[in-house]
Design a binder for this molecule. Structure first.
Ligand SMILES: NC(=O)c1ccc[n+]([C@@H]2O[C@H](COP(=O)([O-])OP(=O)(O)OC[C@H]3O[C@@H](n4cnc5c(N)ncnc54)[C@H](OP(=O)(O)O)[C@@H]3O)[C@@H](O)[C@H]2O)c1
Length: 246
């Protein structure tokens, strides 16, 4: 399968490495050009290309850019083949992204993204930290394998995205339509809390739309304060914090 990845941060590069290792033809682009993408982060297989080449003839586009950059890549995503499945990994964090009125008012992030791209998206790989994604991949059937929720309205696209999630080393869990994808957004019990497939349904079910934005902002405030004192908090600290607050 031909896969184009837009965004070469920790999630995009780990996706490129894993998906190329399973035999897919993977290209990846950022906004500054292929020379600025670290080859070591990609490993063997994936190819860094110019942004306008990353959607050429692809079966799948994975967009992994900051939420406030979604409008900047919209024209590129719209130019992908009509048959391409578009998967989005983004999360809205207002202290970083600025405020977006519709999402602050309760629109699911993935629906807002979908509107920008003018096509359905599948939401996947958003609810796992880059550290867990990088370090906790395991083979299918491994005990305590972590799970990743996958939301979407296009059932064929969702099935394909779930297969790719499995190939990246995690159980894929169908978390329902995009209208329910707020249950895997920042501030919810399923978000960056390292759940197994057995644990995810209860975590998604406990999500409280009236509290998740406040809990997201509380967690960010604690992390920011901690970082001022000790530098970037450890992955263990982050996991304990999200499990306690969300
Ligand atoms: N980090 C995590 O733990 C994590 C976990 C799950 C989901 N997410 C979400 O996944 C997304 C990516 O996060 P990340 O931490 O991996 O990456 P990031 O550090 O946010 O990096 C963003 C990437 O997007 C690229 N980008 C920005 N504007 C672009 C444009 N107009 N055209 C092409 N590329 C563009 C940047 O390239 P340039 O530098 O060249 O502009 C950079 O490679 C975010 O929405 C984030 O919230 C993050």
């Amino acid at each position: 399968m031909k896969i184009g990845i837009i965004g070469a941060g920790p999630i995009g590069t780990t996706l490129a490495r894993r998906l190329a290792a399973t035999g897919h033809e993977v290209t990846i682009a950022n906004s500054r050009g292929p020379k600025t993408i670290n080859d070591t982060a990609l490993g063997t297989g994936a190819r860094a290309v110019e942004a306008d080449a990353v959607i050429d003839g692809v079966d799948v586009v994975i967009v992994s850019v900051p939420f406030n950059r979604v409008p900047d890549v919209a024209a590129l995503v719209r130019a992908a083949p009509d048959t391409a499945v578009v998967i989005d990994t983004s999360n809205y964090v207002p202290v970083r992204d600025g405020h977006i009125e519709a999402v602050d008012a309760g629109q699911a992030e993935s629906l807002w993204v979908s509107e920008r791209y003018g096509r359905p998206v599948i939401k996947a790989w958003n609810a796992i930290t880059s550290t867990s994604f990088d370090h906790h991949a395991t083979d299918a059937g491994s005990p305590d394998r972590l799970a990743i929720p996958v939301a979407g309205d296009d059932q064929d696209g969702k099935r394909l995205a779930m297969t790719l999630v499995e190939e990246t080393g995690f159980d894929a869990f169908d978390s329902g339509p995009l209208s329910e994808s707020w249950r895997q957004q920042p501030g919810t019990p399923a978000y960056c809390t390292d759940r197994t497939a057995a644990e995810l349904p209860a975590a998604l079910g406990r999500a409280d739309a009236s509290r998740s934005a406040r809990r997201r902002d509380l967690a960010i405030a604690v992390l920011t304060e901690r970082a001022e004192v000790e530098g970037t908090p450890s992955a263990e600290y982050l996991l304990n914090l999200t499990r306690a607050i969300y």
